[in-house]
Design a protein around this ligand. Structure first.
Ligand SMILES: [Zn+2]
Length: 364
């Protein structure tokens, strides 16, 4: 069993399902906090459980370079190494490598890049990236893809779709472990023809799930939502759909409405380290003077431990005093808010009340 997905209810395009993975169940729609280097920054696995995280994401690029495959295998795999026994998804490293524009060379066989840590040379191929993720024992592995930065020329998009398809075929052939589910990645930028081509090339591989890549990379929010909706509709309904790099309250609600099941983003933890508070009613910066004597919780509508215990004034003080606890508390709250948002979305779809729920978040 690599992964099975059951769809329980739909409302418009919005979907309510359950993904069964080797290390447990994920109720969808689901948000995945990002643990880049085998840690969701500032949070322990116990914190993540309390904050209702069902699955975490880790980055192949970073783990490949440090601590490296041998240490992770000697540890007994990534779950044991980071002491998280729930499901883990790793990305393929493609997105990070293609962000290192000056430090990589691409060919049809793979991509050679220099480590941002020490300048050493490394090479990713579709095969060795799958093998690495299988060696880590993750629940979901991603195929190596080529993500073009937007705006991109038509030729660059066509080329990236062609290469992503060829690499996905090689990854599917290299895939060995039954308890690691391999997901394909649909590319194509903002071009509907290229997205259609990419999806129709990948669907015959019959992999356990599909990601929509190449969005949230600098295009407008309207373009992101339009392409997510267009691409989701191309994908088989019985397989899970994962939109990469989306993680604000409004974007998550909009993307669930497009028919997406899974999301990841560094946003809740990165913004949490900078004093930015996510709430069900919008965002604010806790450092602002207005909060210095505000003894209400970070979000009145939040049931997390931080909101039950501390005030805005206290968290604001921690940030002004550069105290570590401020970053930790706010990362915890922000992750809780997005997981809670997804739980509320699931309940709304189950109850047949999705449209009203969506409009309560997206109305201006
Ligand atoms: Zn809270």
């Amino acid at each position: 069993m690599s992964a099975t997905f059951s769809l329980h209810a739909t409302s418009g395009a919005a979907r309510r399902g359950t993904l069964h993975l080797a290390h447990g169940r994920v109720e969808t729609p689901a948000f995945m906090p990002v643990g880049t280097a085998a840690t969701v920054k500032g949070l322990t696995p116990r914190d993540l459980r309390e904050a209702a995280a069902q699955i975490v994401l880790a980055n192949t690029y970073h783990l490949w370079l440090r601590p490296g495959r041998d240490t992770l295998v000697a540890a007994g795999g990534l779950h044991r190494f980071m002491a998280w026994d729930g499901p883990i998804l790793t990305d393929s490293g493609g997105f990070q490598v293609f962000s290192l524009e000056s430090k990589r060379t691409l060919d049809d066989d793979g991509v050679t890049f220099r480590s941002h840590l020490d300048g050493s040379t490394h090479r990713f191929t579709p095969e060795n990236v799958v093998a690495f993720q299988e060696d880590l024992g993750v629940d979901i592995a991603m195929v190596l893809d080529e993500c073009v930065k937007l705006p991109a020329s038509d030729a660059a998009i066509v080329d990236s779709v062609r290469r992503t398809t060829a690499w996905a075929r090689r990854a599917a052939t290299a895939w060995r472990r039954g308890d690691t589910a391999l997901f394909a990645i649909v590319q194509g930028g903002l071009d509907e023809r290229a997205r259609t081509r990419s999806a129709s090339d990948l669907i015959p591989l019959d992999l356990p799930g599909y990601a929509i890549g190449g969005l949230s990379v600098g295009e407008t929010r309207a373009d992101m939502v339009r392409m997510a909706r267009f691409t989701a509709a191309l994908l088989p309904p019985e397989k899970p759909r994962y939109l990469m790099g989306v993680g604000t309250v409004r974007d998550l609600v909009a993307a669930v409405d497009c028919g997406i099941d899974m999301f990841d983003c560094v946003y809740p933890t990165r913004s949490g380290r900078h004093g930015r508070v996510l709430t069900h009613a919008g965002e604010y910066n806790v450092r602002n003077a207005a909060h210095a004597r505000d003894f209400s919780p970070l979000d009145r509508d939040c049931a997390c431990e931080v909101c039950a215990t501390y005030t805005r004034a206290y968290v604001s003080h921690l940030f002004r005093a550069s105290e570590l606890l401020g970053m930790r508390l706010l990362s915890y709250h922000n992750v809780f808010v997005l997981n809670d948002l997804m739980a509320r979305a699931r309940a709304a779809i189950d109850a047949g009340a999705w449209t009203a729920f969506r409009d309560s978040y997206l109305a201006e």
